[in-house]
Design a protein around this ligand. Structure first.
Ligand code: GDP
Length: 452
């Protein structure tokens, strides 16, 4: 699978970071050095890597830790955000002319990149969006190209316009445009000829087509397996004929990932779609955020981080922290922290999104699910909650007030055994003692990323 090796390396770097409760600047620098190596080995453009690492470092060093995350997780969050922005942040759609006007799209690229296949794949996408599409076969040099487009067009239920291989491609394109207008199509996709390498003749032909039929979008198809070559090809095509976007094919293969991560940063042009296989349905819209989480091997962990960000009540968290510092931890706070957790969808939802949550982000690499029975844990939480709710507010703040007869009443009220009540109180006392031993909580005050 694409990115496997890069993913694995990055996850190893993060595993080391995650284990640490506090990070020094040196920790972060060392981790980023490894990130840099991993990216270079994945064939990401050198300048892109340099800039990337610099941005992450600058942000990490100036950053406070967000509530709900530890410093290692914070660094991962920054790496992820920078990676998303490297790939363009937003998903970019292919642009169409307004209303019923015909949109002419020209597909360009080197031979073998997957142009003809992708043309048919796109036609399927447009069709499902309700656009009436015509395909034009303008690759008159590659022997089987016209036939291939016709077969694939038929599979997609989209007509193909062709004039054999003896007519100038720009003439075919012009005639195809007339045909598209006559048949009231919304879109015309022109499949053009590629060469093994970029040459002047190919570029001249593409410019001729572009001018002959007022092309609205020029889309470059590049093979992700070719790494930095794909990036260079993109730059050259953009310089010579101007491109509006890139479709990256063969991301289902064993690509190292360099092209996906560099193209946008180097050319400024968005990746529109990703080819994920030879079948005509194997074309996926390109989502920079999803791609980044895939590269980081994080699955839905990032949505969890986002959720934490949205739901953690900053004010409550601050109060909690202050109380803890003064060693005033009480059952009210216990309830508060449980309700924060519920806001995030409860224990099972958190566990589902973040395997290994219980040990920090420790077990999440490779998506291993730790052996925790979330059902039982949630029931236990509900019982604990019921017990606390059966206490008076005064008792919640000062559990020392709980005498045996009160404990019996509370057990009854919560529908639990008195032993459960005693156990909870004991656990609570232990927790308080532990906090005292830790000498208060985070006395430093500032929740910075680094110690000292
Ligand atoms: P063209 O010369 O640019 O028109 O390239 P083709 O469309 O003929 O594609 C070249 C080869 O790449 C064909 O065997 C396609 O099936 C294959 N191909 C195209 N896109 C993909 C993709 O996304 N994944 C995989 N695995 N193969 C692809």
């Amino acid at each position: 699978m694409a990115f496997d090796s890069l993913s694995e390396k990055l996850q190893n770097v993060f595993k080391n970071l995650r284990g640490k409760g506090r990070l020094s600047e040196a920790d972060v620098k060392a981790a980023l050095k490894e990130v840099k190596m991993a990216l270079l080995e994945a064939d990401v453009n050198f300048k892109v890597v340099k800039q990337f690492v610099k941005s992450v470092e600058e942000r990490a060093i100036g950053q406070d830790v967000m509530n709900g995350l530890n410093p290692g997780q914070m660094v991962i969050k920054i790496v992820n955000e920078e990676m998303v922005s490297l790939m363009g942040s937003e998903t970019v759609e292919i642009a169409f002319r307004p209303g019923k006007e015909l949109t002419v799209i020209m597909m360009v690229g080197l031979q073998g990149a997957g142009k003809t296949t992708t043309t048919a794949k796109l036609a399927g996408k447009f069709k499902s969006k309700g656009k009436k599409t015509l395909l034009a076969a303008c690759d008159i040099y590659r022997p089987a190209a016209i036939e291939q487009l016709k077969i694939n067009g038929e599979k997609q239920g989209v007509p193909v316009f062709e004039m054999g291989d003896k007519v100038r491609p720009s003439e075919i394109a012009k005639a195809a445009m007339e045909e598209a207008k006559r048949t009231e199509c919304n879109v015309l996709i022109i499949d053009t000829a590629g060469r093994l390498h970029i040459d002047e003749e190919m570029m001249a032909e593409l410019i001729e087509i572009k001018e002959a039929c007022s092309v609205f979008q020029t889309i470059l198809v590049v093979d992700a397996m070719t790494g930095q070559d794909a990036v260079n090809v993109s730059s050259t095509f953009d310089d010579k004929i101007g491109i509006d976007g890139v479709i990256l094919t063969k991301l289902d293969g064993d690509t190292r990932g360099g092209a996906a991560l560099s193209i946008r940063a180097v050319t400024g042009k968005p990746i529109l779609y990703a080819g994920m296989g030879e079948k005509l349905s194997d074309l996926e819209q390109f989502y920079p955020d999803r791609m980044a989480s895939r590269i980081l091997g994080m699955g839905d962990v990032l949505s969890l981080i986002e959720k934490a960000q949205e739901n953690i009540d900053e004010e409550k968290a601050r109060q909690l922290e202050q109380k803890m510092r003064k060693n005033e931890f009480d059952f009210e706070m216990y309830l508060d922290s449980m309700s924060q957790m519920k806001k995030m969808g409860g224990l099972s939802s958190i566990m589902g999104m973040m395997p290994g949550m219980m040990g920090g982000m420790g077990g999440m690499a490779k998506g291993k699910m730790p052996d925790i029975d979330t059902d039982a844990a949630e029931k236990q939480m509900a019982r604990t909650e019921a017990i606390i709710y059966s206490m008076t507010p005064k008792e919640r703040q000062n559990p020392n007030l709980l005498n045996p007869s009160r404990k019996i009443r509370i057990a009854k009220g919560a529908g639990v055994d008195i032993a459960d009540v005693n156990r909870l109180i004991k656990q609570f006392e232990q927790m308080k003692k532990m906090m005292k031993q830790m000498g208060g909580f985070g006395k430093k005050g500032k929740r910075g990323l680094f110690k000292g």
